[in-house]
Ligand binder design. Structure first.
Ligand SMILES: NC(=O)C1=CN([C@@H]2O[C@H](COP(=O)(O)OP(=O)(O)OC[C@H]3O[C@@H](n4cnc5c(N)ncnc54)[C@H](O)[C@@H]3O)[C@@H](O)[C@H]2O)[C@@H](O)CC1
Ligand SMILES: [K+]
Length: 498
């Protein structure tokens, strides 16, 4: 799904008005009906009074329209207009006539509300053009200190839709965004202040976005379904890729087993694992589907010899559990020099690269999957999640690589400057081995012939979905990396139907 910036959303509204021959007044009614239906499915208890706080733009207009619809549906509704200047939108003025009465504030003064009552926030929408000041600031600070549940229309009032907000905004319990989520919902800076968000279509003209060039995308079910291939009955294991996983060192076998199992569960045809030979029997007992390769790094004199063993390998993943011992450094050096295969680099491979400043040597179109600390070791510290994402995009372009920045909202950046936001996964996945599972999944899809971008999208989304299913069963405290692997089959089957 394409994610639009606020100026593009405004153009989409105008294009819809033009193409569908609908007035902005009627488009507002459409949006209000969508919100009102969503609201009623969530808050069906009509004994709580609903207080609708309206501003002066179209978001406030939505508020008046929604207040009228909810009153008609049998809710007890109070409406307040905060008129802190004289700049009403036309549709706002027209919609004011639809509610029987409302209280008007030209200056904000606090007033009592019952704790169980609900607040609908329709003060400001996507038309925000700077930080809140004066009366708005007083009002929003008061709202944020109340114990009442706040439900925001389109976006929490005061929040910038595209980037971190420089100032205060409404801390919402629920937000219903129109048509698509806002980019800023995915920033860690905002995560603590939007408890739940959702989006519903208001049937804006689909033709407008089809042709629109955007740089930001949300990875959603439809995108993943469109990428994941169906198998032909006549295909065999040779059609599903031959992958090589290089990792593990004394005391670090777990990552190898987790990555191997995850790779096989994502449909890989054949897997060769290069890990110290003392671990081969343990590997076979945990993942008998894998083949073991020569010792690594001890018996490997150079990568070319090593690759001759795997002359038909389709993709390589390197790094997890490798340690940063001298032999591993030499091995990564050789790998960067000689590798021509599609590659995934993670964990100790990234640590070795950052320590030796070998970032420019990473092969074109490789995938790297750092978490925040690994990312900052590679590319320097950043003062916010937003600035880290900006640097991620810049480095993808500069180094011609795909970067997966792992976190609460994992982002994938591509050499063309585009950025994909993921919305699956949960806090329980911050556990040892979770990243190794992702590396195995990446390796699997890459070896199966998916492009690096498709590989990143599939692996990141499915990893998060499997983690969500695991958290549903075990809870996000008890969840361990093996649980994620347990649910890979069902999430793939749910999407692919097979
Ligand atoms: N345009 C359309 O056709 C539709 C718009 N809809 C609603 O309209 C909203 C956007 O409407 P508007 O563009 O009127 O935007 P707002 O409702 O956000 O109002 C913007 C106005 O608020 C004032 N303002 C901006 N920043 C401020 C600040 N920091 N402090 C104080 N005042 C500030 C300015 O006067 C600006 O014109 C959406 O969020 C959505 O709720 C929906 O009704 C769907 C259809
Ligand atoms: K709002």
């Amino acid at each position: 799904m394409k994610l639009l910036e606020k100026s593009q959303i405004r153009s989409w509204d105008l294009d819809t008005i033009d193409h569908q021959n609908i007035s902005s007044f009627d488009l507002m009614l459409r949006a209000a009906s969508v919100f009102s239906n969503w609201f009623q499915s969530l808050f069906f208890d009509k004994t709580r009074t609903i207080h609708v706080f309206c501003g002066m733009g179209n978001n406030g207009g939505d508020g008046f329209c929604i207040a009228s619809l909810l009153a008609k549906a049998g809710y007890e509704v109070n409406v307040y207009l905060f008129q802190f200047n004289n700049r009403f939108s036309d549709d706002n003025l027209s919609r004011q006539k639809e509610v029987e009465s409302f209280d008007k504030f030209e200056k904000f003064t606090p007033f009592p509300l019952e704790q169980k009552d609900l607040i609908i926030d329709a003060l400001l929408g996507s038309g925000i053009n700077g930080p809140l000041k004066g009366e708005y600031l007083k009002l929003v600070s008061w709202l944020n200190a109340l114990p009442n549940k706040i439900i925001s229309i389109d976006i929490p009032s005061g929040m910038d839709p595209d980037q971190p907000t420089s100032g205060s905004f409404v801390h919402a319990d629920h937000v219903l965004s129109f048509e698509i989520p806002k980019i800023s919902f995915f920033l860690n800076e905002n995560s603590d202040y939007i408890k739940n968000w959702d989006y519903r279509s208001i049937h804006l003209n689909p033709g407008f976005v089809e042709d629109l060039k955007v740089m930001n995308y949300l990875i959603d079910y439809d995108l993943v379904k469109s990428i994941l291939r169906q198998r032909k009955a006549t295909e065999n294991k040779k059609d599903f890729g031959f992958a090589q996983f290089c990792g593990g060192s004394p005391g670090m076998l777990g990552s190898v087993i987790l990555a191997s199992k995850a790779a096989m569960r994502c449909g890989l045809g054949r897997l060769a694992v290069s890990t110290p030979s003392i671990y081969h029997s343990s590997l076979f007992s945990s993942c008998p589907e894998a083949m073991a390769q020569a010792d690594l790094p001890k018996n490997v004199s150079n990568l070319v010899d090593f690759q001759l063993v795997n002359e038909h390998v389709d993709a390589i993943a390197i790094g997890p559990g490798l340690s940063s011992a001298k032999e591993s450094v030499r091995y990564i050096d050789e790998f960067l020099k000689a590798n021509k295969k599609p590659a995934v680099l993670d964990a100790d491979a990234l640590n070795i690269i950052s320590r030796n400043k070998w970032q420019p040597r990473i092969g074109a179109y490789s995938i790297i999957s750092p978490h925040k600390e690994e990312f900052e070791r590679l590319f320097g510290t950043c003062d916010s999640h937003y600035s880290r994402i900006q640097k991620q995009i810049e480095k993808s372009k500069e180094l011609n690589i795909f970067i997966i920045l792992k976190g609460a909202h994992t982002t994938i950046s591509s050499p063309d400057g585009s950025c994909y936001y993921n919305n699956t996964g949960n806090v329980g996945m911050g556990t040892a081995g979770s990243g190794d599972v992702l590396t195995g999944m990446l390796l699997s899809f890459l070896a199966q012939g998916y492009t690096p971008l498709e590989t990143c999208i599939l692996a990141v989304y499915l990893h998060g979905s499997a983690g969500d299913s695991a958290a549903f069963k075990y809870g996000n405290i008890a969840l361990i990396a093996s649980d994620i692997i347990e649910f890979i089959p069902s999430v793939i089957k749910n999407i692919n139907g097979k």
